[in-house]
Design a protein around this ligand. Structure first.
Ligand SMILES: [Zn+2]
Length: 209
């Protein structure tokens, strides 16, 4: 096992600058004359499939791959840094792939959404965050109140998306996303999978027994 390998994860909500930070790190590695390869899942076709593009329009070349194991097949000799954008969209095998690359001595930089539109952990992210040597959790700005935002609010036809709304919309529905803080995040019809404030033990709030 090489001593140089490691896994860095950049996570956060939409509009928190994850792709920008990934691009910044890749550029620094290129300036340092390291051999870098950038990958992204094929599912993300927001800006065309050959680039990672941040919201402020800075871009770098990325290779779109379908399955995490495709990264092994596409790996060039002597690569020292592997960057992966939108890593949350990959299947769970991406965890093994990141681990194996880091064990081989490669510096792996992965960027992705930590939470989905329901505010729940996104795909492989919990494992990647746990295995990473370095984690950076970036925050956006809440469009409602201006505080730091940690959630991606899904909006369908101008309203906060229902907990049960389909992942892929069909027909004429219009959807978008906003960065919101915990307090301004709305999720209509979320069923009681966790305790409500009334159900929590009183001591949780520091009340006297
Ligand atoms: Zn807010």
């Amino acid at each position: 096992m090489s001593r140089n390998g490691s896994l860095e994860v950049i996570c956060g909500s939409m509009f928190s600058g994850k792709s920008e930070e990934l691009i910044r790190r890749v550029r620094r590695a290129i300036i340092a004359k390291l051999k870098v390869q950038v990958f992204k899942p094929i599912i993300d076709n927001r800006f065309g499939i050959e680039h990672v593009v941040s919201h402020n329009n800075v871009k770098i070349t990325a290779l779109p791959v379908d399955h995490p194991y495709d990264i092994f097949d596409c790996l060039e000799d002597g690569v020292q840094v592997v960057a992966i954008d939108e890593v949350q969209f990959f299947s769970k095998e991406i965890i093994q792939v990141c681990d194996a690359l880091a064990d081989k001595g490669i510096r792996v930089i992965a960027a992705g959404l930590d939470l989905d539109f329901r505010g729940e952990p996104f795909g492989p992210m919990p494992d990647l965050l746990a295995k990473a040597e370095i984690v950076d959790k970036l925050r956006a700005i809440c469009v409602v109140c201006g505080q730091d935002a940690c959630r991606s609010q899904r909006i369908i036809n101008g309203k906060a998306a229902d907990y049960n709304s389909p992942l892929i919309l069909v027909g004429d529905s219009k959807e978008g996303y906003e960065a919101r803080c915990r307090a301004c995040f709305e999720l209509p019809n979320k069923s009681g999978s966790c305790l409500s404030a009334e159900e929590l033990p009183l001591c949780f709030f520091g009340a006297e027994q």
